[in-house]
Design a protein around this ligand. Sequence first.
Ligand code: 4AD
Length: 478
Amino acid sequence: MGPLQIKEILQATPENQPVTLKGWVRTKRESKNAIFIALNDGSTIHNIQAVAQPGQFPDELIQIVTTGACLKITGQLVESQGSGQAVEVKVESIEVYGAADPDVYPLQPKKHSLEFLREIAHLRPRTNTFGAILRIRHALAFAVHQYFNDRGFFYLHTPVITASDAEGAGEMFRVTTLDLNKIPRTEEGAINFKEDFFGREANLTVSGQLEGELGAMALSKIYTFGPTFRAENSNTTRHLAEFWMIEPEMAFFELEDNMDAAEDFVKTVIAYALENCKDDLNFLQNRLAEEDKNKPQNERSIPLLEKLSFVVDNPFERLTYTEAIEILLKSKPHKEKKFQYPVGWGIDLSSEHERYLVEKHFKKPVILTNYPKEIKSFYMKLDEDGKTVRAMDVLFPGIGEIIGGSQREENYEKLLGRVHEVGIDPQNLWWYLETRKFGTAPHSGFGLGFERLVLFVTGMSNIRDVIPFPRYPKSAEF
Ligand code: 4AD
């Protein structure tokens, strides 16, 4: 299919055979005896070296072979004379598909800051770092589908436009075709959504879970994997306004099964990346080690591959929210008043509390369960005590919450009670409530924020750097 990619050519045995290279110039180096062109086509982190002779081509041509230019090179694949690579290409012809004027092309062969690269998101995939991240992101997405397919789950496509606020958090982007300069009003003066495209209020989905549950009540095991939107005004390194979420939903699973599923799932996809993205992970590991050189010894992170293997090889710590609060109350930072936010039963754990548990106390991923119902969504199954719900959050070092999930309330009366308690209009959820009337069953599920997974696996520190075109407050360019 198409010409050989540089990844394949680099693996071929050099027998002076003819090859064609197509890719973008990373660097050009001219010495007395040769012109070296490092070409990359994104198929691998590695460049291929093409070697031309001085005087072999007109100066005008060699002058426009600059970083960022796109070339077609033909030549012979030979054993490399140099030490950095096994093979190289003895150049016979060069065609410039597109030049990249070095006076204006922003990606020059030097270190660029991640902040600067964010401003040129249309070009940053051409850097080593973003090439590696995007290939790893792809591998993880593939592993997600493979994981579920191999285990009898069906991929359910839940709607992007919905009328429900699944999480009940009110962080929705509205979808409308109403003319904002001429908003239709009812007699009482309210906005008349009957005249809107869907004849009602509509928004972008914050979660596919509720529809996912409908799927599980028919197909037993489903998963969704799609874009998710949250209009939370969080300018943090862990939040995006548009992110991708994976939400499996399983009939006949209780909380314990759900935890087992979440742990096995996340370990398996990380193991897939370790197995299949070695070159890119090694590159990112070295990049992090370089960054760490400027930090004091005690702030340096453990090598990326070691961190990933550790997570794959060790059981996650499981404990209840109540136990976690006890640990926090006895902790040094609490006693020394070092936490910014107060600790006590009923609080929504803040990231400093989660990080203490994961990074300082247990030093491994943690699954917290049985949270107070007040700080969790309406659909979670009530515990016998009537105070806590069968929720589970998976917390990761450096990331905080990577997975949120629960066993669902399958009892119609109890669910309706919670709907009323939190102030949702049951009319809007009649279809969801009906699953509890017709053949209800225990079921559970969870949601993994895909970018938080990519963040963890790549070792990057800002979520805006692990999605090609990030969306966050005041930013929707590209
Ligand atoms: O904990 P959350 O809000 O759970 C749900 O949406 C449930 N419906 C999931 C379910 O049970 N099916 O979100 C789940 C995960 C979080 O753990 C986090 O990884 C990610 O989604 N997430 C975000 N990722 C990036 N940016 C944001 N603004 C995110 N909000 C949540």
